[in-house]
Write a protein that binds this ligand. Structure first.
Ligand code: 13P
Length: 257
């Protein structure tokens, strides 16, 4: 049985003060409404990692970096290593987000090196995959996902893959208000799980959690997580408001979970 995971990707939003205010508001809301049975992770900008980690201490809420460098240290201006994330209080790290791939040139090979560095430091990787609209329209969705998964997870053990998180984020649904239909999400997630099964075996595929991301809102999270292979959500815009993210967490318990 996979525990649903609801993750907030704040991207380049929120100062330290805003992040602290969010955490206080979210914990206030969580006291009023029971949202047990799910895991929650918040990915703030690097500057607010320590503050968020301090704010959620002893709550079970995880904290994620939004990226990392594959090396432990070195002359890499602007970069952050896995060890630095751990020291700042991170438990997870997002890797290969489509914005990193598109705007910063992250390749499948870079995703692979970053994933290995994260695992070596004890972080849980949230590895993002997803096709563009052009690729979807060209019928390439399955091939793109297979390539990103095989490249990004190359050389990992079945146990490592079983313990990490994959996020399916169709690029055309990110920040567009356009959500994949439940059937589209279900189809892509099933493809991801079968690709993981082929490469790493049934046990790894069964225990790996696959999140959906792309315009997830309080109003659509329930039907998305009701899909058999959708184990939660990676939420951008709608995670910036504590009320909205709290509703998403509550909805993420979903039917039959
Ligand atoms: P939105 O929820 O704003 O579409 O962003 C999705 C995303 O990129 C989460 O990583």
């Amino acid at each position: 049985m996979r525990t649903p995971l609801l993750a907030a990707n704040w991207k380049m939003y929120k100062t330290v003060a805003e992040a602290e205010a969010f955490v206080l508001a979210l914990l206030d809301l969580a006291e009023g409404v029971e949202v047990g049975g799910v895991e929650v992770v918040i990915a703030p900008p690097f500057t607010a990692l320590s503050a968020v980690a301090a704010g959620v201490v002893d709550t079970g809420i995880g904290v994620a970096g939004q990226d990392l460098h594959a090396e432990a240290e070195g002359a890499f201006t602007g970069a952050i290593s896995a060890g630095m994330l751990v020291e700042a209080g991170a438990t997870h790290v997002i890797i290969g987000h489509s914005e990193r791939r598109r705007l910063f040139g992250d390749t499948d090979d870079a995703v692979n090196r970053k994933t290995k560095a994260a695992l070596a430091a004890g972080l849980i990787p949230i590895v993002c995959v997803g096709e563009t609209l052009e690729e979807r329209d060209g019928g390439e969705m399955p091939a793109v996902l297979t390539r990103q998964l095989r490249g990004g997870l190359d050389g990992l053990s079945a146990e490592q893959v079983g313990g990490l998180v994959v996020a399916y984020e169709p690029v055309w649904a990110i920040g567009t208000g356009r959500t994949a239909s439940t059937a589209q999400a279900g189809e892509a997630h099933a493809h991801i799980r079968s690709t993981l099964g082929d490469a790493f075996g049934a046990d790894a595929a069964d225990s790996c959690r696959i999140l959906y991301g792309g315009s997830v809102k309080p109003g659509n999270v329930r039907e998305l997580v009701a899909e058999a292979d959708v184990d939660g959500a990676l939420v951008g815009g709608a995670s910036l408001d504590p009320e909205s993210f709290h509703q998403i967490v509550a909805g993420g318990r979903g039917a039959g979970l």
